[in-house]
Design a binder for this molecule. Structure first.
Ligand SMILES: CCCCC/C=C\CCCC/C=C/C(=O)SCCNC(=O)CCNC(=O)[C@H](O)C(C)(C)COP(=O)(O)OP(=O)(O)OC[C@H]1O[C@@H](n2cnc3c(N)ncnc32)[C@H](O)[C@@H]1OP(=O)(O)O
Length: 281
């Protein structure tokens, strides 16, 4: 087992430090005492998920799995936005090959994070709409700071969340609440999200949120890791397998959907109405 000896731990920490120097969009640090890794998303200004950020998240998750990470805290370098979801400017008038890769990498991120063998917590220290909520939902526990929003607002933008993301929402807040939330594309304030179980705890500061996250991760200190991960796989495996089976077909449908002129028109309108930065005409 990694981390059993100080030498292993030091090796892993160095490895991660080296890795993080290669990854400017995701900073990874390891607490040498607890062995917990913190992955901080740092793509200015709102961690919108473009191909480069998604690729780096995917590589990070792969390395953490390979190095038998003891627990992951996923958070943001911004104190306003956890992640604004998919980069809407990259979805507008896109290059089909690039968005094909983007969607496929998003699926990989979900598979690796939702299915990780190690425990995961999202410290949601800013707004988390759509893909931001997806990242938080794929963790096992969510601690959110006050006065932000979280939810799957895809319906408001003009599309449906994919099946695996609907599954993630349903598994977290139950079918009835998921139906209400998804059909209206609701974005919940922190306190509302706590009430429906979309987040597990509220914190007043990032430090407090990290403490709560570590407390959650420490709950597993005495549980054999293989028993924990087998149980997690039993609970989440069917949803992951459903995506794995349908992966290529979903990428094709997604590319067709996003390149369609009707979607492009409604995306253009959404950007003009909702985002400060406008489209160049
Ligand atoms: C099988 C076929 C399936 C087909 C289904 C198709 C697709 C399903 C996709 C499902 C999965 C995920 C979907 C998504 O993630 S879609 C993205 C949705 N995101 C949003 O709706 C968020 C929009 N942004 C906001 O609401 C706000 O910006 C905020 C995140 C709440 C932050 O607010 P605030 O602090 O006031 O910041 P600003 O609004 O001033 O924004 C700062 C700068 O960031 C730019 N920005 C914001 N969001 C995005 C984004 N998503 N992409 C790119 N850029 C973004 C904004 O323009 C500002 O830019 P500036 O600094 O240059 O002015």
């Amino acid at each position: 087992m990694a981390f059993r000896t100080a030498r292993n731990l030091a090796y892993f920490s160095n490895y991660i430090r080296n890795y993080s120097t290669n990854g400017p969009l995701v900073n990874v640090t390891v607490n040498e005492k607890s062995g917990f890794a913190t992955a901080t998303l740092q793509r200015p200004s709102v961690n919108s998920l473009n191909l480069e950020l998604l690729t780096e998240i995917s590589h990070t998750l792969q390395q953490l799995e390979k190095n038998k990470c003891r627990g992951l805290i996923l958070t943001s370098a911004s104190n306003k936005v956890f992640s604004a979801g998919l980069d809407l400017f990259e979805l507008h008038k896109p290059n089909a090959d690039k968005i094909k890769q983007m969607w496929s990498t998003l699926q990989e991120v979900w598979i690796k994070l939702y299915g990780s063998s190690y425990p995961t917590v999202a410290v949601v220290n800013g707004h988390a709409p759509a893909g931001g909520c997806m990242l938080a939902l794929s963790c096992e526990y969510r601690v959110m700071l006050n006065n932000f929003i979280i939810g799957l607002n895809e319906a408001q933008i003009g599309f449906s969340a994919p099946m695996w993301l609907i599954d993630g929402m349903r598994n977290t807040i139950g079918s009835r609440q998921a139906e209400f939330a998804l059909t209206a594309g609701t974005l919940f304030k922190t306190e509302e999200a706590l009430k429906i179980g979309l987040v597990d705890e509220v914190a007043q500061s990032k430090e407090e949120a990290i403490e709560k996250a570590e407390k959650f991760l420490n709950k597993f200190a005495k549980i054999p890791p293989h028993a924990r991960s087998m149980t997690k796989a039993a609970l989440r495996g069917a949803n992951i397998q459903a995506l794995v089976r349908n992966k290529d077909e979903e990428v094709r449908s997604y590319v067709d959907f996003v390149t369609d002129s009707q979607f492009q028109d409604s995306l253009g309108e959404f950007i003009e109405l909702n985002l400060k930065q406008k489209l160049s005409k």
